[in-house]
Design a protein around this ligand. Structure first.
Ligand code: PHE
Length: 370
């Protein structure tokens, strides 16, 4: 909530470095926002305990965009114009990062999205970065996994046509399946606010796909999995994308989705030392297993602090330049180097849902994993 803008907040200007964070702390995708905030708090507390950056602590001002792109626009504007933040962290959903990024770029304040994967997000301009891989890679890896690894050539596709992330992934996937010699036997789309998917599921089923790719958020995937099961389509026929990653999906549809795979940035049992160190710290503090969203937010906050430490002066411009120079940053979600397009080249992990847990299955695109 916006407690800033008052005298007390301005008095802190000289004592702390102000960073703005905008996330879905309420509304449809609350899990994305809450997980991000918890992990950023963990990262920043660690950094501040170790002396902060250039002798001062970082203070994160959080704003809730209520899971709405228009509110992301408003909140980023507030954080910049009213609170004078030096840099921004946010968002998870690509639609909101794009909205917020347009403002950040226009106002020349650097922004790092921890987990927005749609290619358009960073195309907004030189001030917008991401600490994750992009959906051209993720969509290709999903297609390669289905067609090459699982050996299934007849594929169904189910996505949200009015969501930037979902429709973008559908396109990348469609192109790659064709390139690999597979066939999309049926494609159905829904609107994000729909909750009854039975008609679509029956239509998909009638085309006899061997697998169905569903690059959608957990909020839709949980009812899709339950309604699919009722319609005789097992959850293990679905392959998903990182949008599935929320503990809420396990709570609501773990049984239905037993055996299903999805592409992701991380898994709680991924065998990487940095990831396991993070998992332990997060569990110690919050008593639950961190989601991928949490791991990514932790990395983005630490990456930003690292860049602030290297910035020539503590100005948005110099922090921007230091983020751009990031190479070989050791993250909980892999090694992060920022490329000329302000994206990160990173490994894609295949996660499998087994016994009500997200379990590590494989790492693909090993090239980026190095
Ligand atoms: N990549 C998703 C997007 O761009 C957000 C997301 C990341 C969701 C990781 C879950 C896990 O919208």
């Amino acid at each position: 909530e916006g407690s800033a803008g008052n005298a007390a907040e301005h008095a802190k200007d000289d004592a702390e470095w102000k960073v703005g964070a905008y996330f879905s702390l309420s509304g449809e995708e609350t899990a994305f926002g809450v997980d991000s905030k918890e992990a950023i708090d963990l990262a920043i507390d660690e950094i501040n305990k170790a002396g902060g950056v250039k002798g001062k602590p970082i203070h994160v001002l959080y704003e809730d965009n209520k899971s709405k792109p228009e509110e992301a626009t408003n909140k980023v504007l507030q954080l910049i114009d009213r609170d004078h933040v030096l840099a921004l962290l946010g968002e998870v959903a690509s639609s909101r990062s794009r909205a917020g990024g347009i403002v950040a770029n226009k106002k020349k304040v650097p922004m790092i999205t921890p987990s927005s994967t749609n290619p358009d997000v960073t195309k907004v301009g030189p001030f917008v970065f991401r600490a994750c891989f992009t959906d051209d890679v993720q969509g290709q890896m999903g297609a390669q996994f289905i067609v090459n690894t699982l050996g299934k050539k007849k594929v169904g596709l189910f996505f949200a046509s009015d969501d930037l992330y979902s429709s973008g992934l559908a396109k990348e996937f469609r192109d790659e399946v064709k390139r690999l010699g597979g066939e999309i036997v049926m494609e159905k789309s829904f609107l994000k606010k729909e909750t009854n998917f039975t008609t679509y599921i029956n239509e998909l089923k009638s085309a006899n796909p061997e697998m169905i790719y569903a690059p959608i958020y957990y909020t839709s995937m949980a009812p899709v999995a339950r309604q699919a099961k009722a319609a005789g389509v097992p959850g293990s026929m679905f392959v998903g994308s990182d949008g599935w990653d929320a503990n809420e999906l396990l709570r609501d549809a773990a049984e239905e989705l037993d055996g299903a795979y999805f592409t992701n940035h991380y898994a709680p049992d991924v065998p990487w030392p940095n990831s396991q160190a993070f998992v332990k710290k997060y569990k110690d503090r919050y008593n639950r297993t961190p989601s991928s969203i949490a791991a990514q937010a932790y990395d983005a906050a630490r990456l930003l602090a690292d860049a602030m430490g290297r910035a020539k002066a503590m100005t948005p411009d110099d922090i921007r330049a230091a983020i751009q120079d990031t190479k070989g940053f050791q993250g909980a979600t892999g090694v992060i180097s920022i490329d000329a397009e302000r994206n990160a080249n990173k490994p894609v992990v295949i996660v499998r849902i087994k016994d009500k847990q997200f379990t590590y299955y494989a790492t693909v695109n090993e090239k980026a994993a190095k």
